[in-house]
Design a binder for this molecule. Sequence first.
Ligand SMILES: C[S@@+](CC[C@H](N)C(=O)[O-])C[C@H]1O[C@@H](n2cnc3c(N)ncnc32)[C@H](O)[C@@H]1O
Length: 351
Amino acid sequence: MVPILPAIAAMNDEPPRPPRRKRYSGKNPRRFEDKYKEHDPARYGETVAKVIASGKTPAGSHLPILVEECLEALGVRPGMTGVDCTLGYGGHATRILEALMPGGKLIGLDQDPIELTKTEHRLRQAGYGADRFEAVRSNFAGLAKVLAARGSASVDFIFADLGCSSMQFDDPTRGFSFKRPGLLDMRMNPTRGISAAAWLAKVSAQKLAAAFQDHADEPRAESLAAALAGKPFRTTLELATAVRQAVRADEEELDLTVRRVFQAIRIAVNEEFVALDALLRRLPACLNSGGRVAILSFHSGEDRRVKKSLQTGLRDGVFSEISHGVIISSPEERRSNPRSAPAKLRWAVKA
Ligand SMILES: C[S@@+](CC[C@H](N)C(=O)[O-])C[C@H]1O[C@@H](n2cnc3c(N)ncnc32)[C@H](O)[C@@H]1O
């Protein structure tokens, strides 16, 4: 009989070795997926703090913008019930939850099923049970339905921090960034609709020019649309290269043009203005009397809509008060988080 090899038996008793970390070239990891310390802020707090101090957003996270100003605008107090329409990483939600306790409740919506699960887990780990915090995978256009399904038509405050999160922008597999190679997708909810690549392959030059104009105030809307519409772009970098080849301009203007083209296509693919218009229409009905709304927007197309809706609401007596002008980030915040630079905050109080 062949004896059982003692070496194998001994090996089976050994605790499994942790998998070897993938090698990357250079001193620090450069690729999003290799930045394992940044992806694990609970274990590597010091590294994450260094990244933030250098004015960058750690991979896989999002730095909340104008937090104190948003909290003040919303007037959050213990015992209130409210909605964060754009949960993201949960940065604003964490601060709102702290201000709501004891006795309050926050409903957090996000249409991104990938990040929503992670954020819900983080907030549960932070001690917020289902009676204090609920995460709902929903487009905020469906806010009224979400509230009705929970048996309350209106809440004390509603917050929205529009656009994409840093996790979405920075993860190359989501296909949002012109700086990183990835399949050209750009959907915040990748289980719905069509990718940016599929949208571009079938869009007419006329519709694309309108998107460049309306979504990003692109001055070369028509010539760019003629060069890009109906073309099969597979990756983010293929599209960025095509934009650069279609425009004669200096490096700075080329960068801005690529940025505007990506922004316009992202807004179209996610139907962001359709959702924002629906939210703005339903807002008043979803707020208690004296309830407050605060909205952070990041470009003129968004801010125009928010401004017009709040001003119309004030004129019609739907709102008793709205913010005078916009609240913007301080020079310190812009230095420590450059992504806060374009942010504009507006708020209103329901009559
Ligand atoms: C700027 S981030 C929010 C970041 C968040 N305030 C924080 O502190 O972490 C915007 C988030 O809103 C989500 N979002 C954008 N449009 C949405 C919509 N129409 N409905 C639901 N979620 C949306 C995005 O998926 C993203 O996670």
